[in-house]
Design a protein around this ligand. Structure first.
Ligand SMILES: *[C@@H]1O[C@H](CO)[C@@H](O)[C@H](O)[C@H]1NC(C)=O
Ligand SMILES: *[C@@H]1O[C@H](CO)[C@@H](O)[C@H](O)[C@H]1NC(C)=O
Length: 312
């Protein structure tokens, strides 16, 4: 090791101690797979936020994995389905939520749409965590985010427990072997600025819910259904840990008689946990501003650049 490298290492250690010793506020994400099939979670840290100990792994049915998340972390988390390693090329790939990396770890790549996303900004404005479950990039599996032990804000479970693959309109379906495995967003499927909230529709005033986003909102009232759905879809909490669950409600492959009559999403199933049945509750009374952009990462970026310079 060169002398500069040695100095850099010492500095790195110093900054680690500096950054992480005062960090009493780190959170734990417990990722739980209640699906009847294996899910491969993917994790993407926001630009300038520290990466987590893993960016992707396999989670068998019924299993959970706890991940320590530093304070002020921001990023997103999703589930990949129908994954396999190609026997000839050795590449790992998934039918839904693939991150394009050749390995199980996503290594800094995000999900290829359509994918249900859980989004987090920890310790944002007012020291609050901001979190949501978004269907803006489409849907591939049911998912919930459930804060534990937090306080303040509107600290409740959110997500989309409904099986939207079973309800996906024909023109949005992603089919594998004749079965719908994911549901594209209208923006992704048609590229229309009206659906994408782009171009002339790039403001909350001009981009309105569409027939597609309204359909999503009916089934999953707490999830983002289009880009400016903030008021009813962003949740806040202080000092919480989070349980991220894939397939939070019981399997929906067999519809109940009640479902068929009313067309109500199966998350209202009485055997679903209380927090999740509340996902079905009306959210029309909720309004509020978008959280201001996140600022803390600049400190880390500066430290990183300093280290890069010293390595020369
Ligand atoms: C595996 O990789 C080979 C070579 O890249 C490709 O031709 C083949 O289609 C892949 N198989 C599957 C099942 O994706
Ligand atoms: C939760 O609170 C935040 C502000 O802290 C607000 O912006 C948001 O609209 C609220 N979400 C819901 C669903 O009421």
């Amino acid at each position: 090791m060169s002398e500069a490298g040695g100095i850099a290492s010492v500095l790195l250690l110093f900054f680690h101690v500096l950054l992480f010793s005062g960090k009493v506020d780190s959170a734990t994400f417990t990722i739980l797979n209640k699906c009847s099939y294996t899910v491969w979670p993917g994790i993407l840290s926001g630009a300038g936020t520290p990466p987590l100990s893993t960016t992707g792994f396999a989670l068998q049915p019924g299993r959970s994995e706890a991940i320590s998340v530093p304070s002020s972390w921001s990023g997103r988390l999703w589930g990949r389905t129908l994954c396999a390693q190609n026997a000839t090329s050795g590449r790992f790939a998934c039918a839904t939520g693939d991150c394009g990396s050749p390995t199980v770890e996503c290594l800094g790549s995000g999900a290829v749409p359509p994918a249900t996303l859980a989004e987090f900004t920890l310790d944002g404005a007012g020291r609050l965590d901001f979190y949501d479950v978004s269907l803006v990039d489409g849907y591939n599996l049911p998912m919930s985010v459930d804060p534990r032990g937090g306080k303040g804000g509107n600290c409740t479970a959110t997500g989309c427990a409904a099986d939207m693959n079973a309800r996906c309109p024909k023109e949005l379906q992603v089919n594998v072997n004749g079965g719908c495995v994911a549901c594209r967003s209208a923006c992704d499927a048609f590229g229309d600025p009206k659906y994408c909230c782009s171009g002339a529709y790039a403001t909350p005033d001009t981009c309105k819910p569409s027939v597609y986003s309204e359909f999503l909102k009916r089934e999953c009232p707490r999830a983002y259904s289009y880009a400016y759905d903030d008021g009813t879809s962003t949740f806040t909490c202080a000092s919480a840990d989070y349980v991220v669950t894939f397939c939070p409600s019981p399997s929906t492959s067999v519809k109940t008689a009640a479902d068929q009559q009313s067309g109500v999403a199966p998350a209202s199933d009485s055997s679903a946990p209380a927090a999740l049945s509340s996902l079905q509750a009306s959210a029309s009374d909720r309004r509020g501003p978008k959280p201001p952009p996140f600022v803390a990462p600049f400190v880390l970026a500066a430290v990183w650049q300093l280290l890069q310079l010293l390595r020369l």
